[in-house]
Design a protein around this ligand. Structure first.
Ligand code: GCO
Ligand code: MN
Ligand code: MN
Length: 386
């Protein structure tokens, strides 16, 4: 019943199920699996897609011949399993060259290298079928604002994205960009920290239609924000090109937990939102198993992400079909049409009509809002007693 199917568009990164459990305090706890082994692992758990950074697949120092062999082997694994590549991205954060950023580095040679590396990685992604290209600016930031002028940084960021959009257009690729905001980690302060910042930035680009966002649960939670509200902003702007699903408590380090595992109520509202609006992109799990897990448990982690999504999807349908919920929502949103004229926008006549209206302020302030009842029903649906 909660079996993942291709139409659910569940994807994982090579770096997610391939995460080896390294953290700032400890060495890896799991052996490395090859990209081919990871594709087979994803097929075994029932995923639809695999995403990768250029260097998850092709090591940064691979020769052209090695690259070609790796890509051949990877394509064979995709063909054998039916796994697709919906999204690709560039690693612009691991190598020491990016210690002070990539597109926003103070060094013009580093910025040029980042562009060249991204162009090559776009070619690789497109060759493997990607139609969404993610930009997570993990190193684009500062620890000390003495070191970088934020206006210069934004200008450099903008010029880089403009250049890359023009490249994609020039090649005739069917590829859209998705900017992934994050407030901090690994930098003290990362540029484009939230969904709202990214949306504002996109409006300043040369080809804003090509560029959307890739919001991540954990990143907005790290900033203490309501993720669903951020996703709604992106969706309303026509910019929800991709989404990174995981879980994260507020006020903690970058946890990347299994989807829905620590804030299931928030996950419920998110799944309900995506399903209600008919979001048609990938449901990408950018999470990883606990450091204590072995690969059997990594499979349990991956299955758990998808299963929880499907359970919450069922709960969302139950919420929508619940007669008491519907009745409460109808009460809350009651509208006899008296003020519909305001939706037509401003005019002198509208203004006159509005000015002439007398409001019973006291009565409006006394209106019944049974929100406790509604929220308790929500909780009981989630807890499985309704
Ligand atoms: C993080 C980010 C990354 C990006 C990935 C793809 O916090 O490390 O979420 O996992 O999503 O680099 O762009
Ligand atoms: Mn993240
Ligand atoms: Mn992410």
């Amino acid at each position: 019943m909660y079996e993942p199917k291709p139409e659910h568009k569940f994807s994982f990164g090579l770096w997610t199920v391939g995460n080896r459990g390294r953290d700032p305090f400890g060495e890896p706890t799991r052996a490395a699996l090859t990209p081919v082994q990871l594709v087979h692992l994803l097929a075994e758990v029932g995923a639809w897609g695999v995403n990768f950074h250029d260097n998850d697949l092709v090591p940064i120092d691979a020769t052209p011949a090695e690259r070609d062999q790796i890509v051949r082997d990877f394509k064979a694994a995709l063909a054998a399993t039916g796994i697709v590549v919906p999204m690709a991205t560039t690693n612009l954060f691991s190598d020491p060259i990016f210690k002070d950023g990539a597109f926003t580095s103070n060094d013009p040679a580093v910025r040029a290298y980042a562009l060249q590396k991204t162009i090559n990685a776009i070619d690789l992604g497109v060759e493997l079928g990607a139609t969404v290209y993610v930009f997570w600016g993990g190193r684009e930031g500062t620890e000390s604002d003495s070191t970088k002028n934020p206006l210069d940084a934004l200008k450099r960021y903008r010029e880089a994205i403009n250049f890359l959009c023009a490249y994609v257009k020039d090649q005739g690729y069917n590829l859209r960009f998705a900017l992934e905001p994050k407030p901090n980690e690994p930098r003290g302060h990362i540029f484009l920290p939230t969904v709202g910042d990214a949306l504002a930035f996109i409006a300043t680009l040369d080809y804003p239609d090509m560029v959307g966002v890739n919001p991540e649960v954990a990143h907005e939670h790290m900033a203490g924000l309501n993720f669903v509200h951020g996703v709604a902003m992106a969706h309303a702007a026509g910019k929800l090109f991709h989404i990174d699903l995981n879980d994260q408590l507020f006020g903690r380090y970058d946890q990347d937990f299994r989807f829905g595992s620590v804030m299931p109520k928030q996950a419920f509202y998110l799944v309900k939102f995506l399903e209600d609006v008919g979001y048609s992109g990938s449901r990408h799990f950018d999470a990883h198993a606990y450091r204590s897990s072995n690969y059997e448990d990594v499979k349990a982690f991956a299955r758990g992400c998808m299963r929880t999504y499907l359970i919450l999807k069922e709960k969302a349908a139950q919420f929508n079909a619940d007669p008491e919920v519907q009745q409460l929502l109808a009460e809350i949103n009651a509208d006899d049409g008296t003020f519909s004229y305001l939706s037509a926008g401003y005019s002198r006549e509208t203004l006159a009509k509005l000015r002439a209206t007398t409001f019973d302020r006291a009565a409006l302030g006394q209106r019944d809002l049974p929100y406790e009842r509604l929220d308790q029903i929500t909780l009981e649906i989630l807890l499985g007693v309704r």
